[in-house]
Write a protein that binds this ligand. Structure first.
Ligand SMILES: NC(=O)c1ccc[n+]([C@@H]2O[C@H](COP(=O)([O-])OP(=O)(O)OC[C@H]3O[C@@H](n4cnc5c(N)ncnc54)[C@H](OP(=O)(O)O)[C@@H]3O)[C@@H](O)[C@H]2O)c1
Length: 267
Protein backbone atom coordinates (compact mmCIF):
# COMPACT_ATOMS: atom_id res chain seq x y z
CA UNK A 1 0.00 0.00 0.00
CA UNK A 2 1.40 3.49 -0.80
CA UNK A 3 2.53 5.76 2.06
CA UNK A 4 0.06 8.50 1.11
CA UNK A 5 -3.50 8.18 -0.11
CA UNK A 6 -3.57 8.94 -3.81
CA UNK A 7 -7.34 9.04 -4.14
CA UNK A 8 -10.03 10.71 -2.09
CA UNK A 9 -13.32 9.33 -3.40
CA UNK A 10 -13.75 5.83 -4.83
CA UNK A 11 -16.78 4.37 -6.59
CA UNK A 12 -17.03 0.56 -6.73
CA UNK A 13 -19.71 -1.12 -8.83
CA UNK A 14 -20.93 -4.61 -7.98
CA UNK A 15 -20.01 -4.04 -4.33
CA UNK A 16 -22.77 -6.26 -2.94
CA UNK A 17 -20.74 -9.46 -3.26
CA UNK A 18 -17.55 -11.17 -4.39
CA UNK A 19 -14.71 -9.12 -5.80
CA UNK A 20 -16.58 -5.81 -5.55
CA UNK A 21 -17.18 -6.26 -1.83
CA UNK A 22 -13.50 -7.07 -1.40
CA UNK A 23 -12.42 -4.05 -3.48
CA UNK A 24 -14.54 -1.85 -1.22
CA UNK A 25 -12.99 -3.32 1.93
CA UNK A 26 -9.40 -2.96 0.71
CA UNK A 27 -9.90 0.51 -0.80
CA UNK A 28 -11.68 1.93 2.28
CA UNK A 29 -8.47 2.72 4.25
CA UNK A 30 -7.08 4.61 1.22
CA UNK A 31 -9.92 7.10 0.69
CA UNK A 32 -12.13 9.52 2.60
CA UNK A 33 -15.31 8.79 0.61
CA UNK A 34 -16.50 5.46 -0.73
CA UNK A 35 -19.51 4.95 -2.98
CA UNK A 36 -20.99 1.46 -3.22
CA UNK A 37 -23.18 0.55 -6.20
CA UNK A 38 -25.20 -2.61 -7.01
CA UNK A 39 -28.87 -3.67 -7.05
CA UNK A 40 -29.15 -5.39 -3.65
CA UNK A 41 -29.39 -2.45 -1.29
CA UNK A 42 -29.53 -4.45 1.95
CA UNK A 43 -26.18 -6.12 1.17
CA UNK A 44 -24.65 -2.75 0.31
CA UNK A 45 -25.96 -1.29 3.59
CA UNK A 46 -24.50 -4.21 5.57
CA UNK A 47 -21.13 -3.68 3.89
CA UNK A 48 -21.33 0.07 4.48
CA UNK A 49 -21.96 -0.58 8.21
CA UNK A 50 -18.95 -2.93 8.39
CA UNK A 51 -16.72 -0.34 6.69
CA UNK A 52 -17.98 2.50 8.94
CA UNK A 53 -17.27 0.36 12.01
CA UNK A 54 -13.78 -0.57 10.82
CA UNK A 55 -12.80 2.80 9.29
CA UNK A 56 -14.82 5.49 11.12
CA UNK A 57 -13.28 8.40 9.20
CA UNK A 58 -14.53 7.08 5.85
CA UNK A 59 -17.86 8.44 4.59
CA UNK A 60 -19.71 5.61 2.85
CA UNK A 61 -22.62 6.17 0.49
CA UNK A 62 -24.82 3.46 -0.96
CA UNK A 63 -26.66 3.63 -4.29
CA UNK A 64 -29.00 0.81 -5.32
CA UNK A 65 -28.83 0.96 -9.10
CA UNK A 66 -29.61 -1.53 -11.85
CA UNK A 67 -26.67 -0.95 -14.20
CA UNK A 68 -28.60 -2.84 -16.87
CA UNK A 69 -30.81 0.25 -17.19
CA UNK A 70 -29.44 3.28 -19.08
CA UNK A 71 -31.98 5.48 -17.26
CA UNK A 72 -30.84 4.26 -13.82
CA UNK A 73 -27.21 4.85 -14.82
CA UNK A 74 -28.09 8.40 -15.91
CA UNK A 75 -29.87 8.86 -12.57
CA UNK A 76 -26.78 7.70 -10.69
CA UNK A 77 -24.52 10.11 -12.58
CA UNK A 78 -26.91 13.02 -11.94
CA UNK A 79 -27.27 12.16 -8.24
CA UNK A 80 -23.50 11.96 -7.80
CA UNK A 81 -23.19 15.45 -9.31
CA UNK A 82 -26.07 16.84 -7.24
CA UNK A 83 -24.61 15.46 -4.01
CA UNK A 84 -21.13 16.77 -4.83
CA UNK A 85 -19.46 13.37 -5.20
CA UNK A 86 -16.47 13.51 -7.56
CA UNK A 87 -15.00 10.00 -7.69
CA UNK A 88 -11.31 10.01 -8.59
CA UNK A 89 -11.03 6.21 -8.38
CA UNK A 90 -13.57 4.32 -10.47
CA UNK A 91 -13.69 0.54 -10.08
CA UNK A 92 -15.90 -0.91 -12.81
CA UNK A 93 -16.35 -4.35 -11.31
CA UNK A 94 -20.04 -5.29 -11.76
CA UNK A 95 -20.48 -8.08 -14.25
CA UNK A 96 -22.13 -11.39 -15.01
CA UNK A 97 -21.64 -14.47 -17.16
CA UNK A 98 -23.87 -16.98 -18.91
CA UNK A 99 -22.56 -20.52 -19.25
CA UNK A 100 -23.95 -22.58 -22.15
CA UNK A 101 -24.38 -22.56 -25.90
CA UNK A 102 -25.15 -19.22 -27.51
CA UNK A 103 -27.99 -20.56 -29.69
CA UNK A 104 -30.04 -21.61 -26.65
CA UNK A 105 -29.21 -18.58 -24.49
CA UNK A 106 -31.94 -16.45 -22.95
CA UNK A 107 -31.83 -13.09 -24.79
CA UNK A 108 -32.57 -11.12 -21.61
CA UNK A 109 -29.44 -12.54 -19.99
CA UNK A 110 -27.30 -11.97 -23.09
CA UNK A 111 -28.53 -8.38 -23.19
CA UNK A 112 -27.79 -7.92 -19.48
CA UNK A 113 -24.20 -9.14 -20.07
CA UNK A 114 -23.74 -6.70 -22.94
CA UNK A 115 -25.28 -3.85 -20.99
CA UNK A 116 -23.60 -4.42 -17.61
CA UNK A 117 -20.20 -5.77 -18.70
CA UNK A 118 -19.71 -3.36 -21.62
CA UNK A 119 -22.21 -0.51 -21.72
CA UNK A 120 -22.37 0.38 -18.02
CA UNK A 121 -18.57 0.21 -17.67
CA UNK A 122 -18.16 2.49 -20.70
CA UNK A 123 -20.98 4.81 -19.59
CA UNK A 124 -19.62 5.38 -16.07
CA UNK A 125 -16.08 5.84 -17.39
CA UNK A 126 -17.37 8.38 -19.92
CA UNK A 127 -19.32 10.20 -17.23
CA UNK A 128 -16.52 10.39 -14.64
CA UNK A 129 -13.21 10.65 -16.53
CA UNK A 130 -13.69 14.25 -17.81
CA UNK A 131 -13.88 15.51 -14.21
CA UNK A 132 -10.74 13.49 -13.33
CA UNK A 133 -8.95 15.20 -16.24
CA UNK A 134 -10.23 18.61 -15.13
CA UNK A 135 -9.05 18.01 -11.57
CA UNK A 136 -5.70 16.63 -12.74
CA UNK A 137 -5.80 13.08 -11.42
CA UNK A 138 -7.63 9.86 -10.80
CA UNK A 139 -7.63 6.23 -11.91
CA UNK A 140 -9.87 3.67 -13.59
CA UNK A 141 -9.83 -0.02 -12.67
CA UNK A 142 -11.81 -2.22 -15.06
CA UNK A 143 -12.46 -5.78 -13.95
CA UNK A 144 -12.05 -7.92 -17.05
CA UNK A 145 -11.11 -11.63 -17.05
CA UNK A 146 -8.56 -14.17 -18.19
CA UNK A 147 -11.41 -15.09 -20.57
CA UNK A 148 -10.72 -11.82 -22.40
CA UNK A 149 -7.64 -13.27 -24.11
CA UNK A 150 -9.34 -16.29 -25.75
CA UNK A 151 -12.53 -17.07 -27.64
CA UNK A 152 -14.49 -19.42 -25.36
CA UNK A 153 -17.19 -21.74 -26.70
CA UNK A 154 -20.02 -22.07 -24.12
CA UNK A 155 -18.92 -18.71 -22.70
CA UNK A 156 -18.90 -16.95 -26.08
CA UNK A 157 -20.64 -13.69 -25.23
CA UNK A 158 -19.07 -13.39 -21.77
CA UNK A 159 -15.52 -13.84 -23.12
CA UNK A 160 -16.27 -11.38 -25.93
CA UNK A 161 -17.54 -8.75 -23.46
CA UNK A 162 -14.32 -9.14 -21.48
CA UNK A 163 -12.23 -8.88 -24.68
CA UNK A 164 -13.92 -5.50 -25.11
CA UNK A 165 -13.09 -4.51 -21.52
CA UNK A 166 -9.39 -5.39 -21.88
CA UNK A 167 -9.05 -3.73 -25.30
CA UNK A 168 -10.95 -0.60 -24.21
CA UNK A 169 -8.86 -0.32 -21.03
CA UNK A 170 -5.56 -0.61 -22.93
CA UNK A 171 -6.57 2.06 -25.45
CA UNK A 172 -8.05 4.42 -22.84
CA UNK A 173 -4.86 4.04 -20.79
CA UNK A 174 -2.84 5.44 -23.72
CA UNK A 175 -5.29 8.33 -24.19
CA UNK A 176 -5.16 9.24 -20.49
CA UNK A 177 -1.40 8.87 -20.08
CA UNK A 178 -0.80 12.57 -20.68
CA UNK A 179 -3.32 13.35 -17.92
CA UNK A 180 -1.53 11.01 -15.49
CA UNK A 181 -4.69 8.92 -15.04
CA UNK A 182 -3.76 5.23 -14.92
CA UNK A 183 -6.16 2.64 -16.34
CA UNK A 184 -5.81 -0.95 -15.16
CA UNK A 185 -7.43 -4.07 -16.63
CA UNK A 186 -7.82 -6.75 -13.94
CA UNK A 187 -7.94 -10.20 -15.56
CA UNK A 188 -8.66 -12.86 -12.92
CA UNK A 189 -8.96 -16.58 -13.56
CA UNK A 190 -11.52 -18.49 -11.46
CA UNK A 191 -12.45 -16.93 -8.10
CA UNK A 192 -15.03 -18.30 -5.64
CA UNK A 193 -17.86 -15.73 -5.63
CA UNK A 194 -21.51 -15.72 -6.71
CA UNK A 195 -20.30 -15.56 -10.32
CA UNK A 196 -20.54 -19.37 -10.80
CA UNK A 197 -24.16 -19.63 -9.65
CA UNK A 198 -25.23 -16.51 -11.58
CA UNK A 199 -23.60 -17.96 -14.75
CA UNK A 200 -25.63 -21.19 -14.48
CA UNK A 201 -28.79 -21.30 -16.56
CA UNK A 202 -30.64 -23.34 -13.92
CA UNK A 203 -29.67 -25.05 -10.65
CA UNK A 204 -29.36 -28.40 -12.51
CA UNK A 205 -27.52 -27.10 -15.58
CA UNK A 206 -23.76 -27.65 -15.76
CA UNK A 207 -21.51 -25.00 -14.29
CA UNK A 208 -18.29 -23.77 -15.85
CA UNK A 209 -15.78 -26.63 -15.43
CA UNK A 210 -12.66 -25.52 -13.60
CA UNK A 211 -10.02 -27.17 -11.54
CA UNK A 212 -10.08 -26.10 -7.89
CA UNK A 213 -6.28 -25.78 -8.04
CA UNK A 214 -6.76 -22.75 -10.30
CA UNK A 215 -9.00 -20.81 -7.89
CA UNK A 216 -7.42 -17.67 -6.46
CA UNK A 217 -8.87 -16.20 -3.23
CA UNK A 218 -10.73 -12.93 -3.77
CA UNK A 219 -8.54 -11.22 -1.14
CA UNK A 220 -5.45 -12.05 -3.19
CA UNK A 221 -7.07 -10.95 -6.47
CA UNK A 222 -7.90 -7.54 -5.03
CA UNK A 223 -4.58 -7.08 -3.18
CA UNK A 224 -2.62 -7.88 -6.36
CA UNK A 225 -4.88 -5.57 -8.37
CA UNK A 226 -4.35 -2.61 -6.04
CA UNK A 227 -0.60 -3.29 -6.00
CA UNK A 228 -0.68 -3.31 -9.83
CA UNK A 229 -2.54 0.02 -9.78
CA UNK A 230 0.17 1.45 -7.50
CA UNK A 231 2.85 0.22 -9.94
CA UNK A 232 0.87 1.79 -12.80
CA UNK A 233 0.60 -1.56 -14.62
CA UNK A 234 -1.66 -1.85 -17.65
CA UNK A 235 -2.93 -5.34 -16.85
CA UNK A 236 -2.83 -7.80 -14.00
CA UNK A 237 -3.53 -11.54 -13.99
CA UNK A 238 -3.76 -12.18 -10.24
CA UNK A 239 -2.26 -15.43 -8.96
CA UNK A 240 0.80 -17.21 -10.29
CA UNK A 241 -1.11 -19.91 -12.15
CA UNK A 242 -3.42 -17.37 -13.78
CA UNK A 243 -0.40 -15.31 -14.83
CA UNK A 244 1.27 -18.42 -16.28
CA UNK A 245 -1.92 -19.40 -18.14
CA UNK A 246 -2.20 -15.87 -19.55
CA UNK A 247 1.42 -15.94 -20.69
CA UNK A 248 0.84 -19.22 -22.51
CA UNK A 249 -2.53 -18.28 -24.02
CA UNK A 250 -1.35 -14.90 -25.30
CA UNK A 251 1.84 -16.42 -26.78
CA UNK A 252 0.06 -19.21 -28.70
CA UNK A 253 -0.74 -18.65 -32.38
CA UNK A 254 -4.51 -18.37 -32.97
CA UNK A 255 -4.58 -21.68 -34.90
CA UNK A 256 -3.39 -23.48 -31.77
CA UNK A 257 -5.85 -21.57 -29.57
CA UNK A 258 -8.67 -22.62 -31.95
CA UNK A 259 -7.49 -26.22 -31.82
CA UNK A 260 -7.27 -26.22 -28.02
CA UNK A 261 -10.63 -24.49 -27.52
CA UNK A 262 -12.19 -27.03 -29.90
CA UNK A 263 -11.95 -29.57 -27.06
CA UNK A 264 -14.95 -28.03 -25.38
CA UNK A 265 -14.59 -28.50 -21.67
CA UNK A 266 -18.27 -29.25 -21.05
CA UNK A 267 -18.31 -32.23 -23.45
N1 LIG B 1 -15.50 -15.05 -10.07
C1 LIG B 1 -14.76 -15.31 -11.13
O1 LIG B 1 -14.34 -16.47 -11.35
C2 LIG B 1 -14.36 -14.20 -12.06
C3 LIG B 1 -13.28 -14.41 -12.94
C4 LIG B 1 -12.90 -13.40 -13.80
C5 LIG B 1 -13.58 -12.20 -13.80
N2 LIG B 1 -14.62 -12.00 -12.95
C6 LIG B 1 -15.32 -10.70 -12.99
O2 LIG B 1 -15.29 -10.14 -11.71
C7 LIG B 1 -16.36 -9.20 -11.58
C8 LIG B 1 -17.05 -9.43 -10.24
O3 LIG B 1 -17.67 -10.70 -10.27
P1 LIG B 1 -17.71 -11.65 -9.00
O4 LIG B 1 -16.90 -12.84 -9.30
O5 LIG B 1 -17.43 -10.89 -7.78
O6 LIG B 1 -19.24 -12.12 -9.09
P2 LIG B 1 -20.48 -11.85 -8.13
O7 LIG B 1 -20.18 -12.31 -6.75
O8 LIG B 1 -21.65 -12.46 -8.85
O9 LIG B 1 -20.61 -10.26 -8.13
C9 LIG B 1 -21.14 -9.55 -9.22
C10 LIG B 1 -21.53 -8.16 -8.76
O10 LIG B 1 -22.05 -7.44 -9.90
C11 LIG B 1 -23.27 -6.85 -9.51
N3 LIG B 1 -24.20 -6.75 -10.62
C12 LIG B 1 -24.56 -7.74 -11.48
N4 LIG B 1 -25.52 -7.28 -12.30
C13 LIG B 1 -25.77 -5.99 -11.94
C14 LIG B 1 -26.69 -5.00 -12.39
N5 LIG B 1 -27.57 -5.23 -13.37
N6 LIG B 1 -26.68 -3.78 -11.80
C15 LIG B 1 -25.82 -3.54 -10.78
N7 LIG B 1 -24.94 -4.42 -10.30
C16 LIG B 1 -24.92 -5.65 -10.87
C17 LIG B 1 -23.84 -7.77 -8.43
O11 LIG B 1 -24.69 -7.02 -7.57
P3 LIG B 1 -26.30 -7.17 -7.47
O12 LIG B 1 -26.66 -8.58 -7.83
O13 LIG B 1 -26.60 -6.81 -6.06
O14 LIG B 1 -26.81 -6.15 -8.44
C18 LIG B 1 -22.59 -8.17 -7.68
O15 LIG B 1 -22.28 -7.22 -6.70
C19 LIG B 1 -17.26 -9.42 -12.80
O16 LIG B 1 -17.04 -8.41 -13.74
C20 LIG B 1 -16.80 -10.77 -13.34
O17 LIG B 1 -17.02 -10.89 -14.72
C21 LIG B 1 -15.02 -12.97 -12.08
Amino acid sequence: MPETNLYSCALVTGASSGLGEEFALQIAPRVSKLILVARRESLLQQLADRIRARFPRVAVAVFAVDLNSPAERDGLVKTLGAKGFQPDLLVNNAGLGDYGEFASADWEKVQAMLRVNIEALTHLTHALVPEMIRRGGGAVVNVSSLASVIPMPDFAVYAATKAYVTSFSEALRLELREHHIPVLAVCPGPVRTEFGSVSRRSPDSPGMPSNKLFYVPKEQVVAESLAALDRNSARVYPGLKTAAAALLLTALPIVLVRFAMGFRLRR
